[in-house]
Design a protein around this ligand. Structure first.
Ligand code: HEM
Length: 416
């Protein structure tokens, strides 16, 4: 086994704090996860120094174990305790529990079925031309520029308009929604919320709800073909959605749609710009773009983790877990599990093994996979078509977060 010499290696395992901010300043601590996969695949972090009121949590780091947790919703609940390692860090638990991502069956299944109507493969495929037009429109806006920031100038405006048009948000409001959603997801990073994470709850969340209620009201009176109209008028067994269910679902979709695709596109572009051989493969054969998308999802899952809570005492991979314990599935680790992926830290377009960036196949498997894959394919295709010589031009910076795995800046030179 290859020796690891990182500083974290020196910390005894029972003192290791996996979510500790200093470990995450430059992205996920891959050396730490490699060590855990090898020495202690189900590891307990006893406390978080910055959040003394939060209970500790189990870290699940191997792909097989993540799969076990993900599939067994009766043992590992999404509904009873919150969906991130820190229960109340951003949204208080009661608010999270209004979103179906934080519910268990049967309530989860009913709501997801209603939302799924807006995400059928046919409905998504119908948007291909529109997504391409949005992307080329944003790239047209760079005409004459030699440099730009791929996060701010390309990814953000594209993903905001795509999810905005899906949901029925007017284009003029894209910038406001992007700010609100980035604050909600990246809260805690000093650049994202310089005033501290608490402003998100005090200032941004009420604004999000207010804007959302207004849109729902408009669609009740004047339905269009956007997703908000679908949700406002959807019925299952004669029963429609209540207003707070639509509001929380809207919030969930705007958050997921604004952030995740942007994160994956930027990290994938960075990897391709850093690896001339892989980039050349994509340029020579654009049919490989879908593989570049999958490899970007594997290496840089937009959400570093999601969490469950044990509903009774149980044993996971030989480790006893108590009722009420937090169980965190680290996709940033399981997607680099050596038992599934050879040379897992290498970006390799030839891989075919399934990753867990969208979850590990359980009931909460991502609703937006088809949309995310389509958007990512178009973004990569159009960027490389227009700027085959695009190159990194400065130091990319990572959001400081053990949840949002994304770059906040990616400065590039557009033409060589
Ligand atoms: C690269 C893009 C994306 C990634 C990596 C991603 C990843 C994930 C993950 C890991 C989960 C949770 C799985 C679990 O807890 O088991 C999830 C759930 C979800 N995602 Fe995505 N997602 C992406 C894009 C999107 C988009 C574009 C949308 C919609 C606009 C979306 C909507 C959702 C929803 C609604 C859920 C909750 C599903 C449920 O609880 O049943 N996602 N996603």
């Amino acid at each position: 086994m290859e020796p690891t010499t990182s500083k974290e290696e020196q910390v005894p395992l029972d003192e290791l704090i996996v979510g500790d901010r200093p470990l995450w300043l430059e992205g996920p601590p891959h050396d730490t996860f490699k060590r855990l996969r090898r020495e202690c695949p189900v590891h307990f972090t006893s406390h978080m120094p910055e959040y003394p009121e939060e209970a500790g949590f189990w870290s699940v780091t191997l792909a097989d174990d993540v799969h076990t947790v993900s599939k067994d919703w009766e043992t590992y609940s999404s509904g009873v305790g919150g969906i991130t390692a820190l229960t109340n860090a951003i949204l208080p638990l009661e608010l999270q529990q209004g979103m179906f991502i934080a519910m268990d069956p049967p309530k989860h299944d009913r709501l997801k079925a209603l939302f799924q109507r807006g995400f059928t493969p046919k409905r998504i495929a119908e948007h291909e031309d529109e997504i391409r037009a949005i992307t080329t429109g944003v790239l047209d806006g760079l005409e004459g520029r030699e440099r730009c920031d791929l996060v701010e100038d390309v990814a953000q405006p594209v993903v905001s308009r795509v999810i905005g048009s899906f949901m029925g948000v007017p284009p003029a409001d894209d910038i406001i929604w992007a700010r609100l959603m980035n604050a909600a997801i990246g809260a805690g990073d000093p650049d994202v919320t310089p005033e501290g994470a608490s402003v998100v709850m005090e200032r941004d969340v009420p604004e999000i709800f207010e804007r959302c209620r207004k849109l729902i009201e408009e669609r009740r009176e004047n339905p269009t073909d956007d997703l908000t109209s679908v949700l406002v008028h959807a019925e299952l067994d004669g029963q429609g959605l209540e207003e707070h269910e639509i509001v929380m679902g809207f919030f969930l979709l705007m958050a997921a749609g604004n952030d995740s695709t942007k994160a994956t596109y930027c990290s994938g572009m960075r990897a391709l710009m850093e690896d001339p051989e892989q980039r050349k493969m994509v340029l020579d054969d654009p049919a490989l773009v879908p593989q570049a998308v999958e490899e970007s999802l594997r290496m840089f899952p937009a959400f570093a983790h999601f969490r469950r809570t044990a509903t009774h005492d149980c044993v996971l991979n030989g480790q006893e877990i108590r009722e009420g314990d937090k169980v965190v599935m680290w996709y940033v680790s399981s997607n680099r599990d050596e038992s599934r992926f050879e040379d897992p830290d290498r970006f390799d377009l030839r891989r075919t093994t399934e990753h867990q960036a969208f979850g590990a196949g359980g009931r909460h498997f991502c609703l937006g996979t088809a949309l995310a894959r389509l958007e990512l394919r178009i973004l990569l295709e159009e960027t490389f078509k227009r700027y085959p010589g695009i190159a990194i031009d400065g130091k990319p910076e990572h959001v400081e977060s053990p949840f949002a795995n994304q770059l906040k800046t990616l400065p590039v030179k557009l033409a060589p």
